[in-house]
Write a protein that binds this ligand. Structure first.
Ligand SMILES: Cc1ncc(COP(=O)(O)O)c(C=O)c1O
Ligand SMILES: N[C@@H](CCCC[NH3+])C(=O)O
Length: 419
């Protein structure tokens, strides 16, 4: 299989297009995605699940550009959403709303109403209070809402504390010990129809065991509910499978799914997954250009045009993403020095990489790898910087899928007080 991003004669390519050529047309910073990579990563889930009833709901928050959603919708994807904005993106991308699951701890009445109008697959409810709200909106509309309960299994996902979600200290879901009571209550509410159980224990997991630990707790609950007359039709194990940023060794999708299937035994449950990062991260890079080199006695700074507002993960989590030259010079090895790659934003925490061994000159173009997930979606206008352009490469074609913002975009909607 062709690699999505690979060097050909010392030039970085995205599929069949040179990244330098994309830069000539679209400038930097720029997010560049590979259509084939998105498709292959999604199909890895589909293929692993083909022999069982299933639904793969791509987690829209990872990368919500409508071109990305459309590419996945064409392959039959479902979608995991957490807001009305994400739902409207699915609609705009031609996604099938009957394959949408709605997660999130605080769905508003307006969001619930819109989701019911669009006939989504189900709500992943996260609290008793939220169940009441969904029931009430459904009652007002004269419909019945299909419900799954997000169970918090109190399992350590062994990942960064900010992205661990399945411990009882985390705000997410209904504590596994209280879940049976909440199910019985949900079952008694007139405008709810209980169909599923879900959990999502965290993101960037590199081991299968925490998923299995969570599954064990959920299956115990499924069996207890069956004894109480409540049939669970689907089990949604969320997203969370990790990717290679550096030297991580996450399980292959096929091995991960196989372990889950084996563990289910002969229970007839439809399986739902909500993968985000494992589909999007390595389907994208972000380019950034070196503005100035600022070597000091103490440290070498390379000041680049990409910043924490463009790609927040290094600043927020201390995340490490590989940063590589778009053009490798023949004499790169002997000119390599150690650099901190820092952006123009007025924050000490504004860096994309620290202590990177690179051969750098002003004007060089760099690519931050694994930037397809939680890259553009977490970007902001901090320091009134325009957000980057996004392009998708499809073979030898390049499509602009989001224009670089302009100051006009930023000022639209603002106004001064009257004189
Ligand atoms: C409920 C839910 N589902 C799915 C995901 C996607 O997770 P990941 O990108 O790790 O696959 C998240 C984010 O962590 C989430 O909160
Ligand atoms: N935004 C995080 C992941 C959080 C996933 C959302 N529940 C990251 O970049 O790693």
């Amino acid at each position: 299989m062709t690699q999505a991003f690979e060097y050909r004669q010392n030039q970085l390519f995205a599929e069949n297009v040179s990244v330098q050529d994309i830069h000539q047309t679209y400038g930097s910073p720029c997010y560049i995605y590979s259509r084939a990579a998105f498709e292959n990563h999604f199909l890895a889930y589909e293929n692993a699940l083909q022999d069982v009833p299933h639904l793969v709901c791509y987690a829209v928050k990872a990368n919500s550009n409508i071109a990305v959603l459309n590419v996945l919708a064409k392959l039959g994807a479902g979608f995991d959403i957490v807001s009305i904005g994400e739902l409207e993106r699915v609609v705009a991308a031609g996604g099938d709303t009957s394959k949408v699951v709605f997660s999130g701890v605080a769905k508003t009445a307006a969001e619930i109403k819109r989701a019911l109008e669009l006939n989504i697959h189900c709500f992943n409810a996260e609290s008793d209070a939220e169940l009441d709200r969904i029931n009430q909106v459904a009652q007002e509309m004269g419909v019945v809402a299909d419900i799954s309960l997000r169970v918090n299994p109190d399992v350590d996902a062994k990942t960064h504390p900010y992205i661990s979600t399945g411990l009882k200290d985390n705000k997410f879901g209904i504590n596994v010990d209280q879940a049976q009571a909440t199910y019985l209550r949900a079952d008694s509410l007139s405008n709810l129809n209980v169909i599923g159980m879900d959990c999502h224990i965290g993101s960037q997991l590199t081991e299968i065991q925490p998923f299995i630990d969570a599954l064990d707790r959920l299956l115990l609950l499924v069996d207890n509910l069956a004894d109480n007359g409540i049939t669970i039709e689907h089990l949604d194990l969320g997203g969370g499978l990790g990717v290679v940023y550096n030297d991580e060794q996450p399980p292959e999708v096929s091995d991960f799914i196989q372990s889950i299937k084996t563990h289910l035994g002969d229970r007839k449950l439809k399986l739902i997954f909500e993968p985000g990062r494992s589909i999007a991260a390595n389907a994208g890079i972000m380019t950034t250009q070196v503005e100035f080199l600022k070597p000091t006695e103490h440290k070498n700074f390379a000041i680049i045009d990409g910043a924490m507002n463009d790609l927040l993960r290094p600043s927020l989590y201390g995340a490490w993403q590989n940063i590589v030259p778009v053009t490798v010079r023949p004499e790169a090895e002997q000119n390599t020095k150690v650099w901190d790659l820092v952006g123009p934003v007025c924050e000490t925490g504004d860096f994309l990489g620290k202590e990177r061994a690179l051969d750098l000159q002003p004007g060089d173009l760099l690519a931050v790898k694994s930037a397809g997930a939680y890259g553009f979606t977490m970007s902001s206008n901090y320091n009134s910087r325009n957000r980057a352009a996004e392009v998708m490469v499809d073979g030898d074609q390049v499509h602009l899928i989001r224009k670089r913002e302009t100051i006009e975009h930023q000022l639209a909607g603002e106004q001064c007080l009257p004189a």
